[in-house]
Write a protein that binds this ligand. Structure first.
Ligand SMILES: Cc1cc2nc3c(=O)[nH]c(=O)nc-3n(C[C@H](O)[C@H](O)[C@H](O)COP(=O)(O)O)c2cc1C
Length: 377
């Protein structure tokens, strides 16, 4: 148990709940799909999608309009055909052999991307992964695309020069059969690999591995809300926050960390570390590094997870993108939804934080930066 280098569950989480903990089906069921069949979304689907995008952006505190849904065929075709133009985007040549023509496009002011700590980007990335999970729930395949020609996508959507498009997600009906040769090999061997929990997660400090302990026969009740939309609603209201006394904190934290472990990341690099903080004195110290509104009633928080990313990875340098501000927020989307699925009250903070103090508290190594903090109770 606990040393799995794959996407297979580190433990049978569903079996720990006395009722249905179905969010796991979505967390483990999601994978990047690179083979699509024709997909003609109807008006009703487009409406539902717009509603979920708006809800996700609101729940994550991101401005409306910063995720653009593209469901009309002509615009979608233009994006598909133009997105892999350019030498660094050749990894996405598989788009040329596919019929996928629906997209979710991140659009934000480029000044945000130029900041030392972008404010909007991590919020939007969390919201976009929420949408990916919502699509997964509906049996729709998705793939994050960071290696896309930004200028061409901007043109296809008539966006101005001041708008940055750091990543898009394509989605559609899963196709059957395998991808030809190399692509298939890449997907099957590389995409499925995951670092074991102890390698990416720490307890109290980054250098102290988080160990999976025995469940000791403990079981607990999870939330009635298990679908992404209701969970987002709960997160938006800061609730449900009525977790019962029977929820064991060690297992609850492990479940959150596990959902981060299997999240998608650029080139599957998993250049992330998650540090669970449970010690009361350390929690108090952490709270002082969070925005002022947090300093009230801090003793109510049972624990926190600091989520950090490595800056300057190979992919970041090649594509000139701050992947730490995409990958780590994606993992935060998973962790916060899983926490809410256990009826925990959840907070997530990615800006207005004293990053130096947080990095020091959890002993992050050089080259690593904390992206956000999730608090739970
Ligand atoms: C920010 C980001 C950018 C990505 N960019 C691409 C891309 O340009 N092309 C691609 O085929 N996959 C891309 N991926 C998908 C990853 O390769 C994939 O998530 C990883 O290999 C893990 O596989 P899985 O998603 O099937 O679990 C990207 C993922 C993320 C999170």
């Amino acid at each position: 148990m606990g040393d799995k280098s794959s996407r297979k569950p580190s433990r049978e989480y569903r079996a720990l709940a006395t009722n249905s903990w179905t969010l796991w089906d979505v967390i483990y069921g999601r994978r990047s799909l690179r083979k699509y069949a024709p997909f003609e979304p109807d008006e009703r689907f487009a409406e539902e999608l717009s509603r979920v995008i708006a809800l996700a952006l609101k729940a994550r505190g991101a401005p409306g309009g910063s995720i653009i849904p593209v469901t009309d065929r002509d615009t979608g075709e233009r994006i598909r055909k133009r997105s892999y133009v350019g030498i660094t985007n050749k990894i996405n040549l598989w788009l040329a052999r596919n019929q996928v023509n629906a997209f979710l496009v991140i659009a934000l002011p480029s000044e945000d991307m130029e900041r030392d700590r972008p404010i909007l980007l991590p919020r939007i990335a969390m919201a976009l992964e929420d949408c990916v999970l919502w699509l997964t729930e509906r049996g729709i395949g998705t793939c994050w695309l960071g290696g896309v020609n930004e200028r061409e996508v901007r043109k296809a959507l008539s966006l101005d020069e001041g708008t940055a498009v750091p990543a898009i997600v394509c989605f559609g009906e899963p196709g059957s059969g395998r991808l030809p040769g190399y692509d298939d090999l890449m997907v099957r061997t590389f995409s499925r690999r995951r670092k074991p929990l102890a390698e990416i997660a720490g307890l109290e400090t980054a250098d102290r591995p988080f160990r999976i302990g025995p469940s000791g026969g403990r079981t607990f009740e999870v939330s009635e809300s298990q679908d992404v939309e209701r969970l987002l609603d709960d997160l938006d209201r800061g609730g449900p926050g009525d977790s019962q006394g029977d929820l064991p904190l060690d297992i609850a934290l492990e479940a959150c960390l596990e959902s981060a472990r299997v999240a998608p990341s650029a080139s599957n690099l998993q250049a992330w570390k998650f540090v669970a903080v449970t010690d009361r004195a350390r929690l108090d110290e952490l709270m002082t590094a969070l925005p002022r509104e947090m300093s009230r009633g801090t003793d109510a928080w049972r624990a926190a997870v600091v989520a950090a990313g490595m800056v300057g990875t190979m992919s970041s340098r090649m594509l000139d993108k701050p992947f730490w501000m995409l990958d780590v927020p994606i993992a935060l989307s998973h962790m916060t939804l899983v926490a809410a699925s256990m009826r925990m009250r959840v907070g997530v903070w990615t800006d207005g934080v004293d990053e130096t103090a947080i990095n020091r508290l959890v002993s992050l190594p050089d080259g690593w930066r904390s992206v956000g903090v999730m608090t739970v109770r």
